[in-house]
Ligand binder design. Structure first.
Ligand code: ADE
Length: 239
């Protein structure tokens, strides 16, 4: 069981994005828990404000330290009073380490994960220094807020929790788990728009099918992700 605590100004956006399909089933089966906490509920400002101008000038508003800090502490207190250890606090930001499958695997063994979503121009640096343990980016581009990145992390980590995916091996055989992209797949009908399903897949010959799939994985990876292909070849030579 992993408990995701997503700290955001837009909890409805995050709930609606994560409460469908596979994750919905996982929540109902008590395999994961997703709790969105509204940072605004923790502001001491009498007008419920959570942002202010930046010192030094420049465009845009910044989320202030106080509501963010108090929100994180409230969630950590809840976790520790239930007898669990203080959770990692991930701040999603373009200046973080770029997220990938191996980072997702590391996080998938945690009991609790706090994900902090920034908005506007970001968050006062002092609270990041004090409370955040990990900075994570989902890629070299800029979004309007941390909610989509938080959903990306949650989805990717949650599907690695045992039982979340139906088929026990589908998390093992897919793209990236062995450093290669996935091979192409086909379903019925056997012929569609004059295109036939590759013969070997109809043969029932498991060894040949495995061999074909590995070859196609290598081909796809070499063609679309030469960087991953080089890494795979270098690693195979070491073994
Ligand atoms: N917030 C805005 N852009 C982001 C990105 N690329 N990754 C993580 N958080 C972000």
């Amino acid at each position: 069981m992993i408990r995701f605590h997503i700290l955001t100004l837009f909890p409805d956006m995050v709930y609606s994005g994560l409460n469908e399909s596979i994750l919905k089933r996982a929540i109902n089966a008590d395999l994961i828990e997703i709790e969105c906490v509204n940072i605004r509920d923790y502001t001491e400002n009498k007008h419920n404000k959570v942002d202010d101008y930046t010192y030094g000038g420049g465009a845009g508003m910044l989320m202030q330290a106080q509501p963010v800090y108090d929100c994180i502490e409230a969630v950590e207190d809840k976790i520790t009073s239930a007898g669990r250890k203080r959770a990692k606090v991930i701040y999603v930001t373009p200046r973080g380490r770029v997220f990938d499958q191996s980072i997702a695997k590391e996080y998938s063994v945690e009991e609790d994960i706090i994900i902090l979503c920034g908005h506007y121009e970001g968050i006062d640096e002092r609270v990041l220094e004090e409370s955040v343990t990990d900075l994570i980016s989902i890629g070299d581009y800029v979004l309007t807020g941390g909610e989509l990145p938080a959903m990306v992390l949650t989805d990717c980590i949650a599907r690695l929790v045992p039982g979340v995916l139906n088929n026990a091996d589908s998390a093992e055989t897919e793209s990236f788990s062995d450093g290669l992209l996935e091979y192409p797949q086909y379903s019925r009908p056997e012929i569609w728009h004059d295109k036939a399903v590759p013969e070997v897949l109809l043969s029932g010959h498991h060894k040949n099918i495995e061999k074909w799939r590995l070859e196609r994985s290598l081909e796809e990876t070499k063609k679309h992700r030469p960087d991953l292909y080089e890494k795979y070849v270098a690693n195979s030579k070491k073994l």
